[in-house]
Each structure stands twice: as structure tokens, then as C-alpha cells.
Design a protein around this ligand. Sequence first.
Ligand SMILES: *[C@@H]1O[C@H](CO)[C@@H](O)[C@H](O)[C@H]1NC(C)=O
Ligand SMILES: *[C@@H]1O[C@H](CO)[C@@H](O)[C@H](O)[C@H]1NC(C)=O
Ligand SMILES: *[C@@H]1O[C@H](CO)[C@@H](O)[C@H](O)[C@H]1NC(C)=O
Ligand SMILES: *[C@@H]1O[C@H](CO)[C@@H](O)[C@H](O)[C@H]1NC(C)=O
Length: 350
Amino acid sequence: MLLIWIYLFSIFHLCTFVDSVVQCEQKNVTVQVPDLLLPSITTTESLATWFYWKQGTQLNTNTIVHLTIHGYTYDHTYWAFPYQSPKYSYVDYVIENSNGSIVVVNIDRIGIGLSSKPDAIDVTVDSNANVISQLTTYIHNGAYKDIQFTNIILVSHSLGTLIAWTVASQTSYNQYIRGIIATGWLHVPNPVGTAAVVASIYPAQLDPVTSQQSVPPLYVTTNPANNTRQNIFYNINDADPNVIQLDEQTKHTGTVGELATLGLAILPTVTLSIPSNIPVLVVMGQYDIIFCAPLALSCDTSLIIKLRESSSYLSTIDTFVLLNSGHDINLHLNAQYWYEKALNWTLQHF
Ligand SMILES: *[C@@H]1O[C@H](CO)[C@@H](O)[C@H](O)[C@H]1NC(C)=O
Ligand SMILES: *[C@@H]1O[C@H](CO)[C@@H](O)[C@H](O)[C@H]1NC(C)=O
Ligand SMILES: *[C@@H]1O[C@H](CO)[C@@H](O)[C@H](O)[C@H]1NC(C)=O
Ligand SMILES: *[C@@H]1O[C@H](CO)[C@@H](O)[C@H](O)[C@H]1NC(C)=O
């Protein structure tokens, strides 16, 4: 058994697209996905991961790991967007500016891209969290570079943030979690924005892009009619039209299982179960129409976000607003400003 384990983890590819400073290895790890109705029954699936570090640095168990979790209908490229690289790359920013003190593990969530695609009803918020928890155990046990990393921070966007909350809130999942950088999700959504998101969802098989990704039934994506992704994910006054176009061409899927389970995962009881020794940074785009609207649902300042969210956490949270940005804070013109905040916050706390 041990030999098989070592064999599995010795297989990796060097990524082809990296520059000389940012090094990367692609590796698939084996995870168990529980059956929705009979959780004791699991299927064995593959999770695609990318490990990034700064060339020439000495990694050790205290080196901080940012484990990045993308949102609904995206893949790992949300964290390293393939346009005017490295301008829209959180990964590159953090590696290049942290002097070797931070590495990044990026993933395609279960059901997405190069990861395997279980039945749609089994891909829920909870099974996503279960898989992330298994990955943190691998990271802690030396799956990358044989180093047993102890400082794992979840860095999440949108549905990824809901998954990160679930991981951090459950004692069976959060053993190796030391912090959360939670972007693109709050406890109270804007009904107008969420209605627009729901209205845009249609079967992935009907879509010119995702029908090429051989996804099972009940996988869905956003309908390109009426410029959906532009309208729900961007503030066009702060975005490059080429980015929005490439976003449409590189979009991915979500499942009905995820949609059906997010209503319970958003409750404050979830975040109120996050242990107070796990610090949280909340980051939002000022004009994220899924969660923000003038007056009552304003996202204009970090103080307003703090007032909106504080009662949902045991500990004091830190908050940050990326001015002018829409929902996809990584893909707006001023994205680097929030990357800097994430770096500052990490180095202050760890
Ligand atoms: C991981 O799995 C994907 C999808 O099957 C495959 O394309 C890739 O080559 C695999 N990577 C490694 C390192 O085996
Ligand atoms: C960067 O890391 C190296 C090696 O750990 C250290 O000697 C150097 O002082 C660090 N530089 C800065 C600016 O922190
Ligand atoms: C696009 O807009 C038209 C007109 O408002 C509407 O009838 C249609 O349902 C919309 N399609 C989608 C996919 O949102
Ligand atoms: C990050 O820290 C530096 C140095 O203290 C500071 O100049 C900068 O304004 C900070 N950036 C953000 C986005 O908070």
C-alpha cells in the first residue's frame, strides 16, 4: 500500500507555460467522493493540481501554502488567467512578491477541467469541501516536494468561498486549515443579481464551449445570450473587453448538486462554527451585482463590509474592497491591488 502511494505521488509534469521565476509541477491526486444518499459509499476520483514555488528558494514545513479554490463555471485558470500574463495572475503575483515565503496549490475542483467528473448530484458544496479536506491532508503529509507543510490558507472565490467556509467550519475537515482569504461571497446576496445568475444557467451540453468538455448530464453553464458573463461577473468600466471575451471562450461548468446545496451552506451558522483561531480576510468588488446594490447592500468601503459580515463570525474579520471591480476581482484592470492586500495580510498573520 505504501509503495503504491509513493508511486502515485512520484508522477508529475513540469508545467510548460511558466516563466523562470515561477516554477510549477502538475500532479493528479486520488480522492474519494461520497455518494449523496449513502455517504459511506465513495467513488475514487482524480483531482488535478498545480504546485507553484519560487525558483531557487528553500522550502520548509513553515512555508505558507495558498490553496486556491475557483468559483462556479470557472477552472484553475481563474487564478492565473492566460491573457497578458502575469497581469491577471494571482499565482504569479504572490510567488514573485513573497520572496519564497509562500507557495501556491491551484486546482480544478472536482467535476471541472482535468479533474474527473462524478455524477452531478454527488458534486455538492459538501463533497467539494470533503475533497479539499483530503487535499489538505496530502499537502500536510508531504505530497508536494516531500515537505510536510503546516501553514495552509484557503484562498477562495465565489462558490469556492462557500466551499472554504464549509471546510473551515467542520472539525472533520479543518484540521490543517490556518486561515482563509474569502473573496466574492457574502451572507446576504442581492436578489436582482442572483436572479440574473439563475436565469443564465442552462445545460452544459447545449453550449458551444462546454459541450466540448464531455460532461455528464445535469452539469450546467452560463448561457452566452445577452452577454451574461459580462453582465453578472464584470464592471465593464474596470475591465478589458478581451478578458471578458476570453472568459467566455474558456468557461467551464457547475452541477445541479452544487446549486441545490448552496442555500444551506450560506447560513451564518456555518461561518459561526469556524474556530476563532482561523483568521479571515473578506474581499469584495465594489460593484459585484451578485452581492452588492446601492444603500442597504452597499459594498463601497471595507468598513461597510465589516458591518455587514461581523455578526456571522466568532472572531474579528479583516475586510477589503477592490474599488470599481465587479464580481470577478481577479479579472479587472486593478486586480493587482487586491493581490497586494492578500500578500500583506498573509505576511502580517503568518
Ligand atoms: C492528470 O490528468 C489529466 C486528465 O486526465 C491528464 O491530461 C494529465 O496528463 C495528468 N497529469 C499527470 C501528471 O499525469
Ligand atoms: C529573502 O529571502 C532570503 C532567503 O530566505 C533572505 O536572505 C532575504 O533577506 C529575504 N529578502 C527580503 C527582502 O526579505
Ligand atoms: C435574453 O434577453 C431576452 C430579452 O430580454 C429574453 O427574452 C431572454 O430570455 C434572455 N435570454 C437569457 C438566456 O437570459
Ligand atoms: C501593503 O503594504 C505596503 C507596505 O506596508 C503598503 O505600502 C501598501 O499600501 C499595502 N497595500 C495594501 C493594498 O494594503
